[in-house]
Each structure stands twice: as structure tokens, then as C-alpha cells.
Design a protein. Sequence first.
Length: 330
Amino acid sequence: MPEILPGIHWIKMPISLKDSTLSHVNIYLIAGDNGWLLVDTGWNTDRSFSTLHNYLVKIGAGFGDIKQIVVTHVHPDHYGMAGRIKGLSGATIAMHHIEKGFIGPRYIDMNELLMQTDRMLIDSGVPRDIADELRDASLDVERYIVPALPDITLRDGQEIETGRFTFQVIWTPGHSSGHICLYEKEQKLLLSGDHILPRITPNISLNPQSIENPLGRYIRSLEELRRLEVRLTLPGHDRPFTRLIPRIDELIAHHAFRNTEILEAISYRARTPYEIAQKVTWGDNSDWKDLPPFHQRMAVFETLAHLEMMAAESRVDKLPRNGISYYGQK
Ligand SMILES: [Zn+2]
Ligand SMILES: [Zn+2]
């Protein structure tokens, strides 16, 4: 695990969940005049804790030297260990103000979120027994989180200083409503979290915690990043990469292709998002019945994000019928 630029360390943190398609989470330890800035934290597992601990020892530092933790978004792979590291170091935790609002419903009292998720699944045409399974698919995840509220809430355009580096906060809603990227202008570095990954397409869902038209917002925030001069992108998974603009183009093309698949699925008759999701290509072309429940839920909610975007663009019609939403071509 290298220091990829002087003062910028890339640490690959383990993922131990069995149904994950990701091999690791990237966190970045960044030098400052008075201690380190840590961007994202990894899951709260013993393996990831010792990975970070060993890395700190290797560079002659300890947890007490971490002064700031910035979280790109509160998904458990990026935020899980924030509370534990803060407990050991006294570091401040900073995140976008929208993400702060998700901590309670996601990790402290989940009943309301489970009910909202259930309603969305039923409204999407998921049969009752399957909806139970999909709704509860991520319940065991809370074991891997130490929830902690931020000391600092961030807004678009704000700056984060380490003394050696200055990062500009860029609000990039879509994957999560308060997702942020960090841009270092001097170094032409972009820390992209899960907004842009080099090979995997980030999940963009319509779910109870989404802002309006999340896929439309995601694509707009991709377009905005095009204007930056970026030499190296440091993503939340996979490997750092250099060709940002071609990757942005690929992601936009991917979503356009999925729109085409969805329009094709409803070309003869209106269907529910659940029916449509089963006709779309997911990941490595897996059969729908082979997808684990958590992935099936993501697929239904991703389909919904596409449908909402196309409804906003007047390309599809939403047709409620007996408490279930059907979508048909215009
Ligand atoms: Zn994420
Ligand atoms: Zn992630």
C-alpha cells in the first residue's frame, strides 16, 4: 500500500461481507501541518481496524495523530469505523449536512426506514413474501457500524485545509443524496468516493432517502466534474485512475443503455418496476433468481431511479393501479 503522492496515502481496507461484489474499500490518509486528515474509514471490523492500525505504525503515526475525518457518504463501507476512530483519536468528523440526517434512520432507529422501504417495494409490484425478504436484506449490517454524528457539516464549495493541502467540497448527489467529492486544485486530484469508480457502475437508486430524481441529479453532477482539471482520481473502491473524462462518458452511456433496455421492456404493455427490473441486464448478466435479496432490492430501486428520470423527461408515464405503480411508454 503506497504513498501515491508525497503526503497522500492510499490504504486498501478489507470487505468481509459475503455477498459483496467489491473486493475492498479505499481510504486516504492525508498529511497536514498538525496531524492527519482521513478520508473515509472502512467497515468497523477487527480486520479493517488492524489494517489501519498497522499502516499507521508503519509510517510512525498513531490514532492520536488523526485530527480530521471526512466521510464522503454514510454507507457502512465508508463510514462504519468513523465513531471508533474518533473515540481513539478525538478527531473531528465532517460530512455533508444531508448525510448527517441519514445516520439516525439508518443506524439507530430503523423502524421508520424499514416501513418506507416496504411501502416502496409493494408500490413497485414486489409480491408480499418477497418484499419481506428484500426489505430485511441489509439488517445485519449495523453490526459493522459505530454511528457517530458529525462535528462539522459541510456544504458545496466549502474548503477543508490540512496546511499542506486544500480540498474543495463538491456536492455530488446521486449515489447518496449528500455524497461529496473532494478536489485539490494544486495537485489536480479528485477524491471521488463512490460517485465515480473506474470499473464498477455505482448504484443509483430511488429509495426512501433519495432526493428528487436521483439519477438525473447524478448525471448532472457527473457533467459538472468534467469542468475540473483532474490528473488523478482517487476512488472509494478499485484503483486510482487517470482518465476521468472517458470514465464519465462511459457512466453516462451505461445509464443511457439501461434506459433503452427499460423502454424496450415496456414497449408492448405497462409493467411494474419489479417486472421491468427482471428484464434488465445486471452486473455480469446474472439470472434474476441467482441475485441475492440485497442485490434484487438494489436492482428494483435502480430501475425506479431510471423510471423517475424518464418520467421527468416525459419519456414514460406512471400509471397507478390498485396501489401499485405501472410504467408505460409515452
Ligand atoms: Zn456507497
Ligand atoms: Zn462504497
